[in-house]
Every structure is written in C-alpha cells, then in structure tokens.
Design a protein. Structure first.
Lengths: 240, 264
C-alpha cells in the first residue's frame, strides 16, 4: 500500500506478518505508513491485530516476516494504564526518566512540568489508588510524554472512562498534539473517537489492513457537518 | 483508602489495645492461674529464672531470624531464577516441588553430623529452620511473580527500565505482598520446628541432653519430659508473648503496608 501523506514517514510497515507458534496468525501482509507529526488511529474488530501492530511499533513483539521501520524512542499509554501502584504520581513519572540516566535536577524539572501539563499538580504526592480513572490516565499520558518520544502510542486509553473524562482528555490530547507536534498512533474501538481525533484512520480486519481513510476536517470535529458522514462511511466498511 | 475486609489489621484503638496488651495479658493470666492451680510460685521455674527464660527466648529468636533472613534472600533469587524463562520453569519448578515434599527432618541426623565436624551445632538448627522456611517463601513468590499484570512488564520494557533497576524498582515491589505472606507462613513454620531443631541429642549418636541447644524449644521439651509444669507453662507463655509482639509490631504492620503494593 502506498503512503498517502506527503510528509516524512516515521513508521513504515511493509508486508508485515506475525504468527505465534508457527500457526496462530496475528497479522498478515500488513502495509501502512505514518508520517512524522501525524495523528493516526487504528480501528477494527477485537482480536484482529490492532494491538499487535502497536506492540510491534513499541518493540514488545517482533514481526515474523516483512519489514518494519520505526524510531527507537517510543512511549506508550496502556489501556490498563499500568502505573506502578507503590509509587506516587511524581515517582511514576520520575522512574521512567531516571531509567534514561537523566540528572536528578532534570528529573525533578521534567516530571513537575508534565504533572502541571496534565493538570495533576495537586495530586503529585498521591498514589494511583487515591486517584480517579481519568486522573490515572492523565498520569499515564504525562509519563508517556515525559520521555519526549518521537512516537506516542495509545492502546484504547479512554475505553474505561466516562463521557466527561473522555471528552476532556480528547481535548487535552489534541492540545498536546498541536503544540508538541508529536506523532501519535492510537488504537480505538470507537469510530466516532477516531474521526474526531485523527488525520488518518487505518481499518484492520481479519489481521490485515482492510482500508485507510484520510480525515480532512477542521477541529473541533464533532459539531462539523461532515462528521457524521465520515463516521457512517467508515462504519459501513467496518461492518462489511 | 480502600479497606480490605480480608486484612486482619487492628485499626481501632480498642483493637490495638487488645492486640498489644489484652491478648498477651490474657495468655499470661491463664498461665499464672495454671501455676496457682498446680501450687507453684512464679519467679523461678524449676531452677530456671525469668532472665534465663529471656536469654533462651533471645537465642531462639536469633536462630529463627537468621534462618528467616537467609531463606528470604535465597528464596527471592530462586523465585526470580525459576520464572526467568519458560524452559527454566519447566525444568526447575517440578524439581522444587519434589525438594519441598522431602521431609527435611529425615536428613536432620546427617545435617547434625556435618555441623558437629565444625563444632557448630547452632548451624545445624539454623540450617534445618532455613530449609523449612525456604520453600514456603519460594512458592509464594513464584505465585506473586506470575500474577504481575502483563502491562506492568510491558511498561517497564517500553520505558527502558532494565536489568538490576527492573528487579529493584519493578519486580521486587510488585511481589512485596507475597513476600510478606510467604514470610509470615515461613516464620510460623519455623516456630513449629524450633522444638525439634533445638533438641539435638535425639539425633546425635550417643547424644545426651547436654548437647541440646539452649532455647525456648529445648526448655519446653525438657520441662515436658521431666514433668516441670511450671517451667513448661512459663516457657510457653514467653513464646506466645513473643509471637504476639512479632505479630503486632511487624507482621500486621507489613500486611497493612503491603496493601499499597497491590495491583487493582
């Protein structure tokens, strides 16, 4: 599949396959690209390969066949959030910075900057158990951003949050993307979410790329007259 | 903070007072009523004074805690090793299962003979306590390592928390609740075995009671076999008080503290 965006690609998948124990196919013949600074959403039915694509980009899985080009500095926001419950908000961010041998002064500065960015300053000393679901996911995003990644991956990050928290985090994520020009690849189970956030949507069905949609619409999109039309078009392909 | 019903931690002042004072005092009271019943006077017990009992308690605790410390350290290494890869787990976990099932007391005479050569009978007692405690901790830790959420492992990998840092800052905290549970079980096992571990002469060829190790376990056995009821009850009371204090000041505090290390 040809890249349809005129920007430098930061991620390229070329005929990528992934099998487990030589028989269970997780991905087959997957080709797509992600341009630098792009916001891309992967959508598709459950268990048909979206998260495997994300894991390959994150370096958590290795492709069985094909070619993958991806940067080294990748961070991830997990569906389960995956914070360390014994650490405070500050330390959950500091631990990933310390792993990169950053000086303690810098760790302190960067961690507090990202705590403030995600509106978590009053909770800096609290542990994840003392936070709401939305606040925890904010810590997850702050942690992912703190390492200044070239690509930020998000695996269904809002699936367990209520509508209010989800809407707030959508706005924050778009702000981060607009200001930092980070490349974002997000797995989502919601077509509406994908259309409201991303520039490109990759539909993964039956373990391969079934279709790609470029969303050219100004933000905020939910009230835009073409929003529902785009959602319906993708939904038709999703259920085909 | 969520309260977990299954954690028996004294939270109210009443529970704390009961745990620290009233519970142990009740035990001591029962002991002294028993002494009265047998027309015995407290102070010295069949020639053994309170301070001797204190020394015996100190020596027993030293053996138990040294064995516990060594078994905890080695158990952490063994648990990390056996879960380090599926192949290693397949080979070594069944081996650990067999080793755990072997009754360690069957080997006690050989262990004693080995330590006699170095004139270090304390070593034999500590070794047998260590072997008894080890597997409790190993298997509890292996269980803990297996329930660490996959995303926590992935997060450590994505954020490049590697090597010793990964063990120290992710794995060990993640299994801290199991470390506490395993330790409680192990030390309880140790108390069970201390009676056997200190009464050495039974296992030494032509051994006499003089070769027993001085401690609460050996005092209990000697007092029981000589019909020294006062000494037996006094030693039992000291043992129960120590167990109650350890429980209140260490184990309950650790159980409470371990709550913050648990995953949702």
């Amino acid at each position: 599949m040809q890249n349809d965006i005129n920007s430098t690609n930061i991620i390229t998948f070329e005929k990528v396959a992934k099998t487990y124990d030589l028989k269970d196919t997780a991905l087959r013949d997957v080709s797509f690209s992600v341009g630098k600074g792009q916001f891309v959403c992967l959508i598709g039915p459950s268990g048909e390969g979206k998260t495997t694509v994300l894991k390959i980009i994150a370096g958590l899985e290795k492709e069985t066949a094909g070619m993958v080009v991806k940067p080294n500095n990748v961070s991830m926001v997990f569906q389960s959030i995956a914070l360390f419950p014994w650490l405070s908000v500050f330390d959950n961010i500091a631990i990933v910075l310390r792993a990169r041998n950053i000086s303690e002064k810098e760790v302190d500065k960067i961690a507090h900057e990202h705590i403030a960015l995600m509106k978590l300053t009053p909770y800096a000393d609290k542990r994840p158990a003392d936070l709401s679901g939305g606040q925890r996911q904010r810590v997850g995003i702050a942690r992912a951003l703190a390492v200044n990644p070239e690509v930020m991956l998000l695996d269904e990050p809002f699936s367990s949050l209520d509508a209010k928290n989800t809407a707030e985090l959508h706005d924050d994520l778009l702000d981060i993307w607009n200001h930092g020009k980070k490349t974002i690849v997000m797995v989502s189970h919601s077509i509406e979410e994908a259309v409201s956030l991303s520039e490109k949507i990759i539909l993964i069905k039956k373990n391969t790329v079934a279709d790609t949609f470029v969303i050219d619409m100004p933000y905020p999109r939910r009230e835009h007259e073409r929003f529902q039309g785009e959602v319906n078009k993708i939904r038709k392909e999703f259920f085909k | 903070m969520k309260r977990h019903k299954h954690v028996i931690y004294p939270r109210t002042l009443g529970e704390k007072i009961y745990g620290l004072f009233i519970g142990p005092l009740l035990v001591v009271g029962i002991v002294f009523v028993a002494l009265k019943f047998f027309h015995l006077t407290p102070g010295t017990f069949s020639g053994i004074s309170f301070s001797d009992l204190g020394l015996a308690a100190g020596l027993t605790l030293y053996r138990l805690m040294l064995a516990f410390a060594v078994s905890l350290i080695i158990a952490v290494f063994l648990a990390l090793f056996v879960t380090s890869s599926p192949v290693i787990e397949k080979i070594f976990l069944p081996m650990f299962d067999i080793l755990e099932s072997v009754p360690i007391l069957a080997f006690f005479p050989i262990i004693i003979i080995f330590f006699i050569k170095f004139d270090f009978l304390n070593g034999a007692a500590i070794f047998i306590l260590f072997m008894t405690m080890l597997w409790n901790i190993v298997f509890t830790l292996v269980g803990g390592l297996k329930i660490i959420p996959k995303d926590i492992i992935y997060a450590a990998e994505v954020f490049k928390i590697k090597g010793l840092n990964y063990i120290r800052k992710v794995i060990l905290p993640a299994i801290f609740p199991e470390m506490v549970t395993g330790s409680i079980l192990a030390v309880a096992q140790g108390w069970n075995l201390i009676i056997v571990a200190e009464v050495m002469h039974v296992y030494i060829p032509n051994g006499s009671p003089s070769s027993d190790l001085f401690g609460l376990g050996s005092i209990l056995v000697k007092a029981a076999s000589n019909g020294q009821t006062d000494l037996f009850l006094a030693a039992l009371a000291v043992m129960i008080i120590i167990i109650a204090i350890l429980n209140f000041f260490i184990w309950q505090k650790l159980i409470h503290y371990a709550e913050r290390y648990k995953f949702d």
